[in-house]
Design a protein. Sequence first.
Length: 173
Amino acid sequence: MPLIYTNSYSSLSAILCIVLLFSSSWLAKSVNEEPTAYEILSDYNFPKGLLPKGVIGYDLDTTSGKFSAFLNGTCSFSLEGSYQLRYKSTIRGHISKGKLSSLQGVSVKLLFMWVDIVEVSRSGDDLEFSVGIAGAGFPIDNFEESPQCGCGLDCGDRRKVSKMRSNPFVSSL
């Protein structure tokens, strides 16, 4: 009888060792994973919906705030039929709490021409977008979801953004 007890004890300890090895490697992996670009936006008090789905990587210098986000290619879509947005495959700028400045790679179509969005800042529950000489504000909850290239937020059964205004970029800052 003691021999059986020793074998079952050995089996149990072997199983526990295997479980501990797998759980510790899983824990180490989850602790060491780099945050996504969408999580970085959240760390700086921005919603993830400022970036379209499909960001494949990013660079961030936390001391200077200089960043780059990379898409698999260019991306364009419409929001509520009023705004056409275009993202280049690389988006660059500087990020700080509540402010994206010196933006490059994001543009909006106004009337018949494309204009670069150069700054985005958070003011309470609104996001203020600047194209240089003009700007517009939108409720932050319009950016809870990341738009999808090609169809924006209207991709089948997804909810539509209902608080966009027809064309507020006509007012100056």
